[in-house]
Design a protein around this ligand. Structure first.
Ligand code: NAD
Length: 354
């Protein structure tokens, strides 16, 4: 069969190096000619932010960050940017912090330099999210894509192992879902496969040696690849399920992704033999599910949605909420009965089976 695809590569500078963030940021601020920098970092990320910004002039620090970017937080941050005549946004932190910078960029058009400190991957996508009246809206806009990403694994050393594992599996979910997402193509599948390989090598090393840089670097590299793949391939079944669950029941982002992933893989794998083969090869295991299961066991990964505030009584409603979002291109048709079974298994933490 002839190969044909339409692929968009997002334009971004990526500066990667442990212990280099402060120097790389100073060089980027100079290169961009920015004179009024707004630094966004939450209270718990402030010591990292001080370290990273030690070599630049900062017009204003902003620490009013909340999960899923509530609209009031977005408007407050936009007002701070305007009042301070800011010409560059620098976000230092996890996906929530990056998300707030994106919300400011969405309406102001200000450029972003992102310095991620988790494995969420928002820094490499042009996707924004905002929450209003307990409803999360997302959209795609190139204005929110950070022009530069600065990765420094030293900044992730303080991320607790449990959160590192959940966040790293969020990255893994970007890779696995990219294999069958609506815009999957040979390029994003290649990035996703390398992402799986890097995360599968890095995360066990983070777990066994949380203060070591080698595993953290691999995990960060894998997280970047996962996000580039996801930004190109779009949201597959897994992301649609997690997006609905997170928004409707306020479940924690990384842990929800980490828990749901094996159930979606078990569901889709029999109908997606090529994706299954690629994922298994990236893990270096006989089957894709065996690879993910073994990794999850090594990592002592999150097991059950009931542990994160999802109640069994919410399953029928969740099924109804998810069904309209199931991508038509999913390799296997998805019925209400299928979703009900998947959510019941994920709720209870049953062993995922094909
Ligand atoms: P988060 O940003 O909420 O961070 C979790 C916690 O870890 C926070 O308390 C934070 O302060 C802390 N933290 C961050 N870095 C740390 C470090 N190095 N050391 C110690 N503590 C640290 O969680 P997240 O999982 O990074 O991001 C989740 C959010 O990102 C969600 O809102 C999700 O929707 C969004 N997201 C968006 C995209 C996108 O493409 N737009 C992609 C992935 C995730």
């Amino acid at each position: 069969m002839n190969m044909h695809f339409d692929h968009v590569t997002l334009g971004q500078r990526v500066l990667f190096g442990s212990g280099r963030a402060a120097g790389n940021l100073a060089a980027e601020v100079a290169r961009l000619g920015a004179g009024r920098v707004m630094v966004i970092a939450s209270g718990s990320e402030s010591s990292l932010a001080e370290e990273v910004t030690s070599r630049i002039d900062v017009a204003v620090f902003h620490d009013d960050v909340a999960p899923h970017v509530p609209i009031a937080h977005a408007e407050a941050a936009r007002a701070v940017a305007t009042q301070n005549a800011v010409d560059l946004l620098v976000c230092i932190g996890g996906g929530s912090t990056t998300g707030l910078a994106k919300a400011v960029a969405l309406t102001t058009g200000l450029p972003i330099v992102a310095v991620p400190t988790t494995y969420a991957g928002s820094e490499a996508t042009n996707v924004w999210g905002l929450t209003e009246d307990a409803r999360k809206t997302t959209g795609v806009d190139d204005r929110v894509l950070p022009g530069t990403v600065i990765y420094d694994a030293q900044l992730t050393l303080s991320l607790p192992v449990e959160l590192s594992v959940a966040s790293g599996l969020n990255g893994m979910a970007h890779c696995v879902d990219s294999m069958w997402a609506p815009h999957t193509d040979p390029i994003n599948r290649a990035l996703a496969a390398e992402g799986i390989h890097a995360l599968a090598a890095g995360l066990p090393a983070v777990k066994s040696d949380p203060r070591g840089l080698a595993g953290r670097e691999q995990a960060l590299y894998g997280a970047y690849l996962s996000a580039v793949a996801f930004a190109s391939a779009g949201s597959g079944l897994h992301h649609k399920i997690c997006h609905v669950l997170g928004g409707a029941y306020n479940l924690p982002h990384a842990q929800t992704h980490a828990t749901v992933l094996p159930y979606v893989l078990a569901f889709n794998a029999p109908a997606a033999p090529e994706a299954e083969r690629r994922i298994a090869a990236a893990f270096g295991t006989g089957t894709a599910l065996a690879g993910l299961d073994a990794l999850r066991e090594t990592l002592d990964a999150p097991q059950a949605l009931k542990d994160f505030g999802f109640d069994e009584t919410q399953i029928p409603e969740a099924v109804e909420l998810i069904l309209p979002y199931v991508p038509d291109s999913n390799p296997r048709p998805v019925t209400a009965t299928d979703l009900d079974a998947l959510l019941r298994a994920a709720h209870a933490g049953e062993t995922p089976s094909l």
